[in-house]
Design a protein. Sequence first.
Length: 272
Amino acid sequence: MPRKRKLLTQLSALQSTSSFPPFDALENLNAVPDGDSSKSSKYFATEKKNSSRLEADFFNQPCISLAKSFLGQIVVRKLPDGRELWGRIVETEAYLGGEDEASHSKGGKQTQRNAAMFMKPGTLYVYQIYGIYFCVNVSSQGEGAAVLLRSLEPLQGLDAMRELRSASRKGPTKPLKDWQLCNGPSKLCQAFGIDKAFDQRDLTEDAAIWMEPGHDPPGEQDVVATTRIGVGNRGEWSQKPLRFYLRGNKFVSVVDKKMEREMAATGQLSCS
């Protein structure tokens, strides 16, 4: 069989695969090295090379700027079975490093847990909360600075997201609606199968997760800047407007109506 026809046949078979691995099996599958010959082919090597993924220069910007720039960009997650999940970023939080009392790197303290926050911009920092859930951040310019991805608008692979979310929920549950799949930092990690195995991965090079540019970037007047969620009593840092979200987007985790009214009154928000 000619090489081109053979590769197209392999691609067709991959796309038609209906089976989905159990959630608890994803960790082992994710651990397969990207260079494993059994998981790669010349077709996918070419696909990766021609990808429109965001490159290093995009991530190499100050934390607040990056947190805003993420809005509207696309997170792509390639599952071990070859299917891709796509989600548009609609909510972020900036954590500014040593000076930020709400940051894991406050005081400039570097540990084994937060090491990714001190790595080059575009590095994933994944940590666990309550010993169960995961949250994913992306390092930016600045020592120990990173951006938390809070919410995504699901675009592709919603059925797979539902299966991943359902596998992590206990007991009988009602099917999740689209807006419930990724409207929170731990929810989006569940829906995209992101766990500690993704910590310290490079978004500019990884074969299982990356970002692509959004097709309709929001304007400054479409972005709400307000306080972060769940930072507790951190003095002035609890009140700093370091959470950013797209106004009017139903996939945002927490809407600040008061701030939206204030911004609209001063002409900082669009009236559309």
